[in-house]
Design a protein around this ligand. Structure first.
Ligand SMILES: *Cc1c(COP(=O)(O)O)cnc(C)c1O
Length: 361
C-alpha cells in the first residue's frame, strides 16, 4: 500500500519531499558516515543543522533580534507549566478559554498563582471565539494567554485580543507557520511541532528577550527555566536532535514554496474547497461559526452518529485516514495542515459528494 491521505490532527502529515530527503540521508548525513540520530549534538555538522534551522525560522517569521528562538522538549503541554513558572512575577495571569488546550493551560497555571478565566466559549462547545476587544484584564496580570488555533474545535483567533498593554502568550501548535504573523504583538509564541512543523518531541518557543530572567518561581527546575536554554542556545542538554533536523527541513521546504504568504494563499484555497462544499451540502455541516473557522482543522458532522461512523469507515477503506472527530465534538474532523496536498482535499470532497448522493433520500 502506498501513502494515504492522513487527516490526523497530530502527529500529522509531513511534506513527502522532506521525508524522502531524510530517508536519503539516513545512513550517511552529508559525508559524515552517520545518521543525524547518531551524531553528537556538539559536533560541527549538528551545530550547522540547528543554527540553520533557527535562521530559516527567523527568516520565515521575520523574527526580530530581541526575540530568542528555543528548541525544547516536553511538548506543548510542558509549556503550560513553564510559562507561569517563568513569567508569573505577580502570580497573576489571565486566560481566554477557547477549548481543551487553553483549559489545560489555565488549570496548570492555577498550581503556580492566580489564573483568571476572563473569557470562554464553553457555553457553545467552543464553536466560536469570544469577543476579546474589551475584556476585564487584571491590572497586575503578568500575561494574557490564548490558544490561537483550537485543534479540537476548529476555531482560530482572526484578531488577537486587546490585552490592554499586557504581554500576550500564544499556543500556536496547530497553526504554526500556516500564515504570516507579526511576532512583535506577542511576548511568547510557542508550539509543539507535531501538528504542522515536524515530528513529536520538539516544542519551539519564540520569546521576547526581556521576559527571560533569573527571576523564576521558587522551585523551578533548571530544565524548566527559559534562561538556561537561552544562555546555552538550546544546547544546555541533549536536545531532541533528530526532530530539530526534520523541522529544519520543513523550514527549507516552506522557504522554497515562497514563505508564509505563499503558504497562506495555498491554505486558504485548500480550506475553501472543503468549507464551500460543507456550506451547500445537504448531508454534512461544519460545526464552527463562519467567521472563526480555522484553516487547519475542519470539524463537520452529518447529525447522525451511525452515518458519521459509516462515513469514517468507508473513507478509511479508500485511503482517507484519521477523519474521526474528537470525542467531545463527535462526527468528523479533517486536519488539513501545510503538508496536506491540495489534491488530498479535492479527493476528499469528491468522496463526500459521492457519499452524500448515496446516503441522502
Ligand atoms: C496538540 C496540542 C497540544 C498538546 O501538545 P503536546 O505536544 O502533546 O503536549 C497543545 N496545544 C495545542 C493547540 C495542540 O494542538
Amino acid at each position: 500500500m502506498g501513502r494515504v491521505y492522513n487527516f490526523s490532527a497530530g502527529p500529522a502529515v509531513l511534506p513527502e519531499e522532506v521525508l524522502k530527503e531524510a530517508a536519503a540521508e539516513m545512513l550517511d548525513y552529508k559525508g559524515t558516515g552517520m545518521s543525524v540520530m547518531e551524531m553528537s549534538h556538539r559536533s560541527k555538522a549538528y551545530e550547522t543543522i540547528i543554527k540553520e534551522a533557527e535562521q530559516d525560522l527567523r527568516d520565515l517569521m521575520n523574527i526580530p533580534d530581541n526575540y530568542r528562538v528555543l528548541f525544547l522538549q516536553g511538548g506543548a503541554s510542558q509549556q503550560f507549566a513553564m510559562i507561569p513558572m517563568n513569567l508569573m512575577k505577580n502570580k497573576v495571569a489571565d486566560y481566554i478559554i477557547t477549548g481543551q488546550w487553553a483549559k489545560k493551560a489555565y488549570q496548570e497555571a492555577q498550581i503556580y498563582g492566580k489564573a483568571n478565566a476572563i473569557a470562554s466559549s464553553a457555553d457553545k462547545t467552543f464553536s466560536y471565539i469570544p469577543d476579546c476587544s474589551d475584556l476585564p484584564i487584571s491590572e497586575d496580570a503578568d500575561y494574557v494567554y490564548i490558544c490561537e488555533n483550537n485543534t479540537i474545535y476548529g476555531t482560530k483567533f482572526k484578531k488577537l485580543p486587546n490585552t490592554k498593554g499586557k504581554t500576550l502568550v500564544a499556543d500556536v501548535s496547530s497553526c504554526f507557520l500556516s500564515e504570516p504573523v507579526d511576532v512583535t504583538k506577542y511576548g511568547v509564541i510557542y508550539g509543539g511541532v507535531q501538528k504542522n512543523v515536524g515530528p513529536a518531541g520538539v516544542v519551539i518557543v519564540i520569546i521576547r528577550e526581556d521576559l527571560i530572567t533569573e527571576d523564576t518561581l521558587p522551585g523551578t527546575p533548571t530544565m524548566l527555566k527559559y534562561k538556561i536554554h537561552a544562555d546555552n542556545e538550546s544546547l544546555y542538554n541533549t536536545p531532541p536532535a533528530y526532530g530539530i533536523y526534520i523541522c529544519g527541513k520543513v523550514f527549507k521546504w516552506l522557504k522554497k514554496l515562497g514563505g508564509l504568504e505563499a503558504m497562506k494563499a495555498i491554505n486558504e484555497k485548500k480550506a475553501a474547497i472543503l468549507y464551500d462544499y460543507l456550506d451547500q451540502s445537504k448531508l454534512f455541516k461544519g460545526t464552527v461559526v463562519k467567521e472563526d473557522r480555522s484553516l487547519m482543522n475542519v470539524p463537520f458532522i452529518t447529525g447522525k452518529e451511525e452515518l458519521d461512523a459509516k462515513f469514517v469507515k468507508e473513507a478509511k477503506a479508500v485511503g482517507f485516514e484519521n477523519l474521526k472527530g474528537h470525542r467531545t465534538v463527535g462526527g468528523m474532523r479533517a486536519s488539513i495542515y501545510n503538508a496536506m496536498p491540495m489534491e488530498g482535499v479535492e479527493k476528499l470532497v469528491e468522496f463526500m459528494k459521492k457519499f452524500e448522493e448515496d446516503n441522502i433520500k
